[in-house]
Design a protein around this ligand. Structure first.
Ligand SMILES: O=C(O)CCC(=O)C(=O)O
Length: 276
């Protein structure tokens, strides 16, 4: 499934693109299921959360308790100043997270398929635990940027033992906001951790305040069905989508079973399961 050369590339670069990993039909199934979930979601349940003057406190709470739920997060530019949505809900949602792989049968089937399990084993993540999943829409016109980061900042383990699986459910190009990464950037250590503060809320614990040299970023343009593996320490980002085409992706994060997962990470689960 993964050649020695590809494994070497992954170790060397911190990422690996595997083209044609997922069948078109599986991509379409996930897309159709996300559409159903959005259809069933009533934005009135949560629009107030995103548009009140207490926005930070309540949106933080909504996010921080979403680790074992299926929740909907809006694009930052989705709202008018009076708190109403600018566009229909289908064009306003930034992502769904963070337990699709455990709670939704369609996402669970894909996430725990033999193919994904075998891929995990091939990169040294056999017996790993499925920590988090996200469906990312990168909406046309208003799709927001994701600034340069390392996933281990948010999903920290000791030792670092996490991999991100990023499945392109549509072609991802520079125009519609593909991923960008700094090749080899995973070899320079972790810059910060996002930790639960004793006084409540979250804060960054900074180990290295030097910004990344974003001139070194390279675009990872991929076609529908491609899988991009991302080492937990790899600096990566995506830019805004100002094109008229969406850029849907599904992401899954795996952690090794033998790592320590601290209590002050944002995402807390009472129980984590593996592939079986
Ligand atoms: O899909 C994207 O645009 C960025 C996703 C990402 O970097 C992440 O979830 O860590």
């Amino acid at each position: 499934m993964v050649s020695d050369q590809q494994l070497n590339d992954y170790r060397d670069q911190g990422f690996l693109v595997i083209e044609n990993f997922a069948d078109e039909s599986h991509c379409d199934e996930l897309r159709a299921r996300a559409e159903e979930l959005v259809h069933a979601f009533d934005p009135n349940e949560v629009v107030s959360i995103f548009s009140t003057h207490e926005q930070n406190r309540v949106t933080d709470e909504y996010f921080l308790t979403s680790g074992d739920k299926i929740r909907f997060f809006f694009e930052e530019n989705a709202f008018n100043s009076d708190g109403t949505l600018k566009y229909e809900k289908e064009k306003s949602i930034n992502k769904i997270g963070h337990a699709l792989h455990d709670l939704d049968p369609v996402f669970e089937k894909f996430s725990r398929s033999q193919k994904v399990k075998q891929l995990a084993a091939a990169i040294g993540f056999e017996d790993s635990l499925l920590l988090q999943s996200m469906y990312i829409f990168k909406q046309p016109n208003i799709g927001g940027e994701v600034t340069c980061h390392q996933d281990s900042t948010f999903l920290y383990t000791e030792p670092i033992g996490i991999v991100g699986l990023w499945f392109a459910l549509e072609d991802a190009t520079i125009e519609n906001g593909c991923l960008w990464a700094i090749p080899g950037g995973h070899r320079h250590g972790l810059k910060s951790r996002w930790v639960r503060a004793p006084e409540g809320g979250m804060k960054f614990e900074v180990f290295d305040a030097e910004p990344w040299n974003e001139d070194q970023l390279v675009p990872l343009e991929v076609s529908k069905g491609s899988l991009i593996l991302l080492h937990g320490l790899l600096p990566h980002r995506s830019f805004e989508n100002r094109s008229t085409r969406s850029r849907h992706a599904y992401t899954l994060h795996l952690i090794r079973p033998d790592v320590h997962y601290p209590k002050d990470n944002w995402l807390q689960r009472s129980q984590l399961s593996g592939f079986d």
